[in-house]
Design a protein around this ligand. Sequence first.
Ligand code: NDP
Length: 296
Amino acid sequence: MTDIIDGNSVAERIRNDFGASIDALKDEGVTPGLATVLMSDDPASETYVSMKQRDCEEVGIDGIHVEIDPDAPAEELYETIEELNDDPEVHGMLVQMPVPDHVDSRQVIRAIDPAKDVDGFHPENVGMLVAGHPRFKPCTPHGVQKLLESADVDPEGKDVVIVGRSNIVGKPLANLLVQKADGGNATVTVCHSRTDDLAAKTKSADVVVAACGVPELIDGSMISEGATVIDVGVNRVDADTEKGYELVGDVAFDSAKERASAITPVPGGVGPMTRAMLLYNTVKAAGQQNEVEVEL
Ligand code: NDP
């Protein structure tokens, strides 16, 4: 029987677990605050930001939302970031990507106070992650690590193949899983669009993580019997549904399920974990900035 890893229930458990930490902070007069900044009129970005704000409300984190006209000069965004950096009630901050073309996204990330960078994308935080003492684990990779833990899959000694080398998923996940630390100690191979014979790589893996943004690229024939499969991908494909599309992962779920011992669905796998880990990092940030011990 293949274990279908239920990201919704794992995320719910994590949210319950850090509920006690939010209470502990409130006892000290600190309500964790997360600021989201949106400089876009892309409907998907608007949806992501409103979901993050709703998540905050559900767990008792103060959500602060700032919208900036996408045609405004970049300076307006930098000024907003500066104000949020200086605001003691804001413990975590993120700027929803992508930003408009006239704004340099790397400069935006560098403008955020690293202590409030709950996405974990600031170069200082990337450096800390690579060095093995992360301040914040980036949300999606951390969520993948937690899903493996929930499925009793210890990466130690395992061959893990990650398909995708982006700065938000593939590379930080490789760093987390290779660390000499609990939840790490794996032997990691990172594949990308120039990888030769991808199927040979994925087939040799105990754990395959698909994060390439190509609908159903990884099918059952590319997975070894008994492997664990984590599907990070979220792709809209045309479909005969009310919305005119459906969401599919980077893994062909039905064929992969036949060979995998455990697999995440899309939706309902990694997605809810990414959202939960953002809240987790915000609680952690609030504790760090106020020197309140929080158990996470
Ligand atoms: P990017 O587009 O930034 O990166 C994709 C990576 O996949 C690149 O490294 C690319 O290689 C590689 N790739 C593309 N095509 C192939 C191929 N045919 N074979 C092997 N490798 C390939 O994507 P992201 O990392 O941002 O996102 C990946 C997926 O995960 C997307 O579907 C995205 O929607 C989803 N996602 C889901 C999240 C969640 O919470 N569930 C959060 C973040 C992302 P190269 O570097 O050579 O171009």
